[in-house]
Design a protein around this ligand. Structure first.
Ligand code: MG
Length: 166
C-alpha cells in the first residue's frame, strides 16, 4: 500500500452581513467569511490538504479567484472536483482531520452536520472526516473576530499491484 499525506491552511476575513458558510453548511451569525467564492475556509483548507497529498498543486491553481465563473461559487463544487482529481490519480481518502480557529460563532454544535455534508460530497464515511474547533484566546486577528483560520491534513492511500510505480 502506498500512503501520501497532505496539509492545507486557509484564512478568510470576516465581514458584516456575509453568510457564514463553513464545512458546507450555513451557520447563523452577524458576520461571514469574505471571498470570491462562498468563502468556505474549511472546505478550502481540506481541498489543499487533498491536493497536496496527491501533489496536484493548490486550490488557487485550479480555481482562480480572478475567474468570474467562480464568483459566489458553492465551495462544495471545488471539493467534488478535487476528490475526482485525487481518484483519477488512483488514490482513495483514508481520513481527513481539520482544526477551525475561530472565536464566534461556536462551531462544535454544527460539527456532525458538517461531517455528514462533506462526507457526502467526498463519498467517504462521516467518521473519516474530523472537524475540531478552538479559539485564539482573544489574541490576534482571530481573537479580534476579524477572521477565521483552518488547518487540515489528509491521508490518501493506493493499493499497489506488483507492477505499480510508487
Ligand atoms: Mg480560501
Amino acid at each position: 500500500m502506498k500512503l501520501r499525506i497532505g496539509q492545507g491552511y486557509d484564512v478568510h476575513r470576516l465581514e458584516a452581513g456575509r453568510p457564514f458558510v463553513l464545512g458546507g453548511i450555513a451557520i447563523p451569525h452577524t458576520h461571514g467569511p469574505a471571498g470570491h467564492s462562498d468563502g468556505d475556509v474549511l472546505i478550502h483548507a481540506i481541498c489543499d490538504a487533498l491536493l497536496g497529498a496527491a501533489n496536484l498543486r493548490d486550490i488557487g491553481y485550479h480555481f482562480s479567484d480572478k475567474d468570474p465563473q467562480y464568483k459566489g461559487m458553492d465551495s462544495k463544487v471545488f471539493l467534488r472536483r478535487v476528490v475526482e482529481m485525487v481518484r483519477e490519480c488512483g488514490y482513495e481518502i483514508s481520513n481527513i482531520d481539520a482544526t477551525v480557529v475561530l472565536e464566534m460563532p461556536k462551531v462544535n454544535p454544527h460539527v456532525p452536520h458538517m461531517q455528514e455534508v462533506m462526507a457526502g460530497v467526498l463519498n467517504i464515511r462521516p467518521e473519516d472526516i474530523s472537524v475540531k474547533a478552538t479559539t485564539s484566546e482573544r489574541m490576534g486577528f482571530v481573537g479580534r473576530e476579524e477572521g477565521v483560520a483552518v488547518f487540515a491534513v489528509a491521508l490518501l492511500y493506493k493499493i499497489l499491484d506488483g507492477s505499480a510505480r510508487i
